[in-house]
Structure formats: C-alpha cells, structure tokens
Design a protein around this ligand. Structure first.
Ligand SMILES: *Cc1c(COP(=O)(O)O)cnc(C)c1O
Length: 471
C-alpha cells in the first residue's frame, strides 16, 4: 500500500506562517486569505486522490503562486471589461446593451449622492420618483401613460396579475415562447394567476380563433413577439389592430373594458427598418395600432439599463402602479437615472445613432471595420514569428432575441494558432486581461469587429499576442 497522498500537502497554518503571508494580508482580509489557501489546497487534494504519482505533488513555491493568483482575482473589478468578439451586439451572457456615456455619468452621479427621488424640489412635498421618465416614454411612444419595473419578465407578470388575475388570457399557440433563462410564457402566466387559453396552431392563428375564445371570463388578449425564432412558410398571425377590434366589440357587452396587451420584447421605439436593421415591432406602432399595454426591455434595442417598460392607457397603467406587486418590482435610482439619460438621447434621432452604443455599433460602415481588422492583423502578425491572424468576412447579429435570421454584414479577425486547438486558444483568450470572448465557427477562432469598440483595439492586439505567447 502506498502512503496517504494527502500528507504531501502542507497545512493552512503552515502556509499562514510563510514570509509571503504578510504581503497577502496587506491585500485581502484574513478570512479571504484563509479561504484562498483552503481552496488552493483543495485543488491539489482532488488531483492527488485521483491517484496520480508523486511527481504531481506541489512544491511550497507552487502552492504560494496559486494562492497569490487567487488573491489577485479577489482584488480585481467584480465585473471587469470584456472584449465582445462574438459579433452579437446584445449578448445576454455579456450583460446586453453597453450604455451611452451620458447614461453612465447619470448613474454614477445618482449612485454617489442623495437624489430627489420622491421629493418635489419646488414644493418640498412628496413627488413621484418616476414622473420625468414617464413623460419621456409617452413622448417617445405616443402613449398616454407609462411605468417602469425591474425587467420585461417582471412587466409581464405585473401586467397579467393586475389586469387578469383569475381570468382567461388568450394567446396564439404560435406565440407561447421561451426566451431562455427560464422565461417561458405558460409559467409566467401561472405565476401571475391568470389562466392561459391557447388558440390557433403553431404556424397559423386566425382572427376567428380569438373571436370564438372570447367570453365574459376573458381578462385580456395577449400578443407576444416571437423574438428569438422565426416561423416561416405557411404562417399567419393576428395583427394588433384585429385584436383591438375584437376587444372593443367585447367591451361594449360588459362593465369593464377588455385590454389588449402586446409584449414587443426588444424595445425599438421607432421602426428601425429605414436604418437597415430589419423589422422589429416598434412601441410607437403598437400604440398607434391601439394596444392598451405595450411591454419591452430597457436593455435591448433601447440601449439602456435593465428595466421593463410598460406604456399604454392611463386607466391600465394606474391599475398597475397601484397594484401591490409593483412595490416588489420597482426600479432603483440608478436605473431611473440611466434610463432617463438614454431616453433623452432617443429624442433626437441623430444623437441616438451617434451616442447609443448598440446603434453606433450596428451602423459602423463595413469599410471602417475592415481597416480596423487589417490594422489588428498587421500588428498581431508583426509581433509574432509566424503569421497567425487574417481578415475574414463575418456575420454579426443584434441578439437579445432580436431578428434571429437577420444578420449585419461584418468583418472578423480570424486566428489559427498551429500548436494548440481552437478550444484551448479560445479559453486562453477568455482568461486574459481583459478577457476576450471570441466566436468559434467551423474550426476557426473569430473576433468579430462589429461588437468591439474602437477604443479597445490596442488592448485587443496585446491580449491576442499574450494569449499566443503563454508557454
Ligand atoms: C427578451 C424578452 C423578454 C424578457 O425580457 P427581460 O427584460 O429579459 O426580462 C420577454 N418577452 C420578449 C418577447 C422578449 O424578447
């Protein structure tokens, strides 16, 4: 029998008495250091108990280096800058929309100071925390009223609960979506206490399907933009205008009106098609078509902070604002500040296209992306013994559930290291400083330039060179 391999590992106390410990303790609290030591030792125990030979036993110096790295990680920014090389502009895994400088500044100021959230500064009386954001949202969408909650999923739960609890909500089978991250419409419906009534089929739902299903138990008609998939071919869905007609007719037969709710998902305020980025439903069009409540995210095409925005008729918005759940879903001063600053940019189209980062990235000319890619390729190849990088044609995407089939023309830096696999190289890029998240495509490591900010180009070059030079 061999001896117990764990004996090869020093104790926590032993490591705490190393000369390095003094330096570690100037960088992190003692409790953090002890955790780092334990975690480091644990990693060796796992290796040793898997039956490896004596050679894998770590030296003290090796262990100390490991501890040092763990401490270093603790001292870094909690959510450090990442270079997004995926070409997906609204990447949910990377925090969706990066925000405009003015929004960032507004959030920092609100965070640092006291803010007039519920005080009217003229009268000194209690005021509304959200009135200026509401005014802007009404102006930008043409709605009568607006309110803001934590995210669009929350907006949907609140709306269904406040408007249709214990009543039927009619939805087309073609719109029973799952967005990802646990957002599935039937479950949201259940959480809200509304009863789901499905009509039509996966590919075709007609006006008649809705008309037949409506009765005095109906609490709302719901339309959901199937944002992350595309049913093509023999398809039909019911337009907002038709739902509104049905609801109007039904409303004449009863005391309380029947609302039409439309979850448009991505939150384009206006039609973006003239700008060549496809046909997402716009909030303004949904309001014009007569929807009573229109729901969308703050951090998708709007380019603002995470938020759920609800615009629509005064009557219904008031009902939501006074519903007890509202208190649990409300946003903080940071979100309000960031959202208001972002909405102000949207008041002027030219300003929005220049300063809202998602818009600016989406419309960067291909020629500009190409010359930046060429410069990066030149610099990377120039600092290595062999040529590793080349410019390649690529497709970028809006993401965030927008237009899955619709790509944006793009250019990528393609990397083909010859001594390691693509997976290994991608992993090195992701663990660099700053991390680069590339796209793996048909055995290539691509860094799509459309989602990289020009200010990141220099850092990107260095990070690629570093990743290839790791021994
Ligand atoms: C993205 C999306 C949601 C979820 O929005 P969050 O802001 O992430 O909560 C809901 N509905 C649709 C149609 C969406 O596209």
């Amino acid at each position: 029998m061999s001896t117990n391999p764990h004996r090869a590992i020093p104790s926590v106390t032993e490591l705490l008495s190393l000369p390095e410990a003094e330096n570690w303790l100037t960088r992190v609290p003692r409790a953090v250091l002890v955790d780092a030591i334990r975690a480091e030792l644990e990693s060796y125990r796992t290796v040793l108990s898997s039956g490896s030979s004596a050679e894998t036993r770590p030296s003290l110096a090796e262990i100390a280096t490991g501890i040092d790295q763990r401490i270093e990680r603790f001292s870094r920014s909690p959510l450090p800058e990442v270079i997004n090389g995926t070409g997906i502009l609204l990447h949910t895994g990377l925090g969706r929309a990066p925000m405009a400088e003015k929004a960032v500044a507004a959030m920092a100021e609100a965070a640092r100071n006291y803010a007039p959230l519920e005080i009217n500064l003229e009268t000194g009386q209690r005021g509304s925390r959200t009135s200026s954001v509401q005014t802007l949202l009404c102006k930008l969408t043409g709605a009568e009223a607006a309110c803001v909650v934590n995210n669009n999923a929350a907006a949907l739960v609140l709306t269904l609960a406040a408007v249709a609890q214990n009543r039927d909500v009619i939805v087309s089978r073609g719109e029973l979506i799952e967005i990802g991250g646990g957002f599935r419409l039937p479950e949201i419906m259940q959480t809200s206490g509304a009863r789901l009534v499905e009509v039509g089929t996966t590919n075709r739902t007609h006006v008649e399907d809705f008309r037949r299903a409506v009765n005095h138990d109906t609490g709302a008609l719901l339309k959901v933009h199937p944002s992350n998939y595309d049913v093509a071919g023999f398809v039909e869905s019911v337009a907002t205008g038709h739902l509104v007609e049905i609801a109007k007719q039904e409303s004449t037969q009863r005391a309380d009106p029947l609302p039409v709710i439309y979850d448009i998902g991505s939150g384009a305020l206006e039609d973006l098609a003239p700008h060549g980025i496809g046909a997402e439903p716009s909030a303004r069009a949904a309001i014009e078509d007569g929807a009573d409540l229109v729901l969308f995210s703050g951090d998708k095409l709007l380019g603002g902070p995470q938020a759920g925005i609800i615009v629509g008729r005064q009557l219904w918005i008031e009902r939501l604002a006074n519903y007890p759940l509202m208190r649990a879903l409300r946003v903080d001063k940071l979100t309000l500040a960031g959202l208001e600053a972002t909405l102000r940019l949207h008041l002027e189209e030219e300003l929005a296209w220049k300063e809202v980062p998602v818009f600016a990235l989406a419309k960067t000319p291909l020629s500009e992306l190409t010359s930046r890619a060429e410069e990066i390729v030149g610099a990377v190849n120039g600092s290595l013994a062999h040529s590793l990088a080349e410019v390649a044609v690529s497709d970028a995407y809006l993401g965030g559930g927008s237009l899955p089939h619709k790509h944006l023309n793009s250019v990528a830096v393609r990397l083909h290291p010859d001594e390691i696999s693509e997976q290994e190289f991608a992993s090195r890029l992701r663990s660099g400083h700053p991390p680069i998240v590339p796209r793996l495509h048909q055995g290539n490591v691509l860094i799509d330039m459309r989602s990289v900010f020009p200010r990141q180009d220099k850092t990107l070059i260095q990070a690629i060179v570093n990743a290839i030079q790791i021994a």
